[in-house]
Design a protein around this ligand. Structure first.
Ligand SMILES: [Fe+2]
Length: 398
């Protein structure tokens, strides 16, 4: 994220003495990507950011995966994964799909999470429903339905829901950014991009907490399933001890309702719906929009075989035109793997002709390496979706 922000109390010159009113030096920390060669921020701590009192293992939620074999398109019903909301948005996640580049998990919870740091990559958490505050070392980000929260790798944070929250978590092994083609060579969002800097919400002023000592749960590269291991660090003071920061690396929020859809006379391909990208995957969203206006247009997609990707669609809201007759509903995921052509259920094609608007909201993740099923994905697989292109035709009265 190359958009500069500054918050709180920072010195006029970087890497110079910065003292409290009582004369104590603040500890300057540079948090930066790709060594010292990409975006970074400078944070000024009251305490010592590297201090650790104790360390122990955190047993992560099951991160094991099973290949999608035999190769099949699948319908996963996420709303069946949780019978209650008695958990937090970090330790309660259930892994739905994953590979060596990205993991997709789902959680329903209302408890405050522990302090958490994902050291494997950036997280993009989409809020399906509910509201609360994402508290971070940079400051706070209130969130609500339709928000994407982008949390850079190794940002210490915790989730404080205000009531039940349903969250779809995209955990990368890399960084998650706006698509490069949306950006100028110096990083500004260009005129053709479907959103701009004004649509991105940064953190509030940082807040210094006095509680001590405190535990921080860390997910990091390691020897466990998926190449992941968890650790807990006990630190001598609360990590929210930053008096000020500035730079181009920080958590931010973007609401899907601020995405301005790009439409055309004939069907526009999914890249016009792209919102973010990471290494070997992209994130797109399908938002309510006017649809194709050529007099002979067919608004639902043509059949397509994305030979280089698995396509994972999470249906959030509305009425998804192309999937009518397949049992897809809010909270559904479809898995359309590479090597299998997919498209509308047959009766949906005629039904879409003459439609002027789609009232749908879906978040899509396309991965360039095959995804495997996590324990959560296996637990909510409907087992029959692959038959939905050959079953009895859908009619409006059904
Ligand atoms: Fe597709």
């Amino acid at each position: 994220m190359a958009h500069y922000r500054a918050a709180g109390n920072i010195p006029p010159k970087r890497h110079t003495q910065h003292r409290s009113e009582s004369g104590e030096l603040y500890r300057e920390e540079l948090m930066g990507e790709e060594g010292f060669s990409s975006d970074s921020s400078l944070l000024y701590h009251v305490g010592v950011p590297s201090a650790v009192l104790e360390a122990r293992t955190w047993v992560l939620p099951d991160q094991s995966t099973k290949p999608n074999e035999p190769l099949l398109p699948r319908h996963l019903k996420l709303h069946e994964l949780f019978a209650d909301k008695d958990r937090d948005l970090v330790t309660g996640r259930r892994l739905v799909l994953g590979n060596g580049d990205v993991r997709l998990s789902y959680v329903v919870g209302e408890q405050t999470s522990p302090l958490y740091r994902n050291a494997t990559g950036d997280e993009c958490v989409f809020i399906e429903s509910g509201e609360g505050v994402l508290e971070t070392v940079f400051g706070h980000l209130p969130f609500g339905p339709g928000d994407y929260l982008i949390v850079p790798r190794a940002t210490t944070h915790r989730w404080v829901p205000n009531g039940p929250v349903q969250a779809y978590c995209i955990e990368a092994n890399s960084h998650i950014t706006p698509p490069r083609r949306y950006l100028s060579r110096f990083g500004q969002l260009l005129e053709h991009a479907p959103y701009c800097e004004r649509d991105l919400r940064g953190p509030s002023e940082p807040e210094v907490r006095e509680e001590e000592p405190t535990e921080v749960f860390i997910k990091h590269r390691g020897s466990g399933p998926g190449g992941l291991t968890g650790s807990v660090h006990v630190v001598p003071r609360h990590p929210f001890d930053v008096v000020g920061w500035d730079g181009c690396l920080y958590p931010y929020a973007f609401n899907v309702s601020d995405y301005e859809p790009i439409t055309g006379r004939v069907h526009q391909p999914p890249p016009v719906h792209q919102v973010f990208e990471g290494h070997n995957f992209v994130v797109c969203n399908f938002v309510p929009r006017k649809v194709d206006y050529h007099p002979l247009s067919i608004p639902v997609p043509y059949y397509h075989s994305n030979v280089d990707s698995d396509e994972i669609m999470f249906y959030v809201d509305g009425d998804y035109e192309a999937r009518k007759g397949s049992g897809i509903a809010k909270g559904s995921i479809t898995v359309h793997p590479g090597g299998h052509s997919h498209g509308p259920q047959p009766s949906a094609i005629e039904a879409s002709i003459g439609v002027h608007e789609f009232d749908e909201l879906a978040v899509m993740v396309d991965t360039f390496r095959p995804l495997e099923l996590g324990e959560g994905g296996q637990a909510c697989d409907d087992g029959v979706y692959a038959q939905s292109w050959t079953a009895e035709p859908w009619t409006e009265s059904e």
